[in-house]
Design a protein around this ligand. Structure first.
Ligand code: NAG
Length: 172
C-alpha cells in the first residue's frame, strides 16, 4: 500500500499520473502552510495564497489550482474546475511575479468534501499559455500535453467543504 498522500488522496490517478517530485511547492494561506490532506474552511481560502516554488534556478514554472470534485464528489460533472492558472513564475520568487492567466477564484463547495489541488510544471521556455474559455471541465493532463510541459514536478492538495458542516470523511 502506498503512503504517498497524493496517491492516497487520489490526486495521482484522477488529475495527474505518478511523478517524482523535483521541485518544492509551498502554499500558504495567511502564513499557514497547507499540508497534503489538511482541511481548510472556505473562509480560510477566500484570498489567494502565497506560493513559493523552489526548483531549478533560472527556471519558470506554471501553477494550476483545480477542484476534481465539482460540483459534487459523487457526480463530478465539471471535473476539473479551474480555480487559478499562473505561468512564468520565476523559481524562488512568489507567484505574484508570474503571469496570471486565469484569476484566483475562491473555493466555495456547496456539497460534499472537495479536494483542491495545486499542480506545478517546469517550463522548458518562457511561454504564453492561453486562457481556457471557461473554468469547468479543465483537464490538467491536456494542458501538460498541449504545451509540452513534461509532467508535474510538484503538487499538494487540501480538502474543503461548506462552512458549518461537521464531521465527514477525512483523508488523513
Ligand atoms: C505532498 O505530497 C507530495 C507527494 O508525496 C510531496 O511531494 C509534497 O512534498 C507534499 N507536500 C507537502 C506540503 O507536504
Amino acid at each position: 500500500m502506498s503512503r504517498d498522500p497524493l496517491i492516497v488522496g487520489g490526486i495521482v490517478g484522477t488529475v495527474v499520473d505518478y511523478f517524482d517530485a523535483s521541485a518544492r511547492l509551498r502554499v500558504l494561506y495567511s502564513n499557514r502552510e497547507i499540508t497534503n490532506g489538511s482541511e481548510l474552511r472556505p473562509s480560510q481560502v477566500a484570498n489567494q495564497p502565497t506560493v513559493h516554488i523552489t526548483g531549478l534556478p533560472g527556471s519558470h514554472y506554471t501553477l494550476v489550482m483545480i477542484d476534481p470534485d465539482a460540483p459534487t464528489p459523487s457526480n463530478p460533472s465539471q471535473r476539473e474546475y479551474l480555480h487559478w492558472l499562473v505561468t512564468d513564475i520565476p523559481e524562488g520568487r512568489d507567484v505574484r511575479h508570474g503571469t496570471e492567466v486565469v484569476a484566483y477564484e475562491r473555493p466555495q463547495p456547496t456539497a460534499g468534501i472537495h479536494r483542491i489541488a495545486f499542480v506545478v510544471f517546469r517550463q522548458a521556455v518562457r511561454q504564453a499559455i492561453s486562457a481556457p474559455g471557461w473554468r469547468s471541465n479543465f483537464i490538467t493532463r491536456d494542458l501538460d500535453e498541449c504545451y509540452s510541459l513534461g509532467g508535474p514536478v510538484a503538487a499538494v492538495y487540501f480538502i474543503c467543504q461548506r462552512e458549518g458542516t461537521c464531521g465527514g470523511r477525512r483523508y488523513r
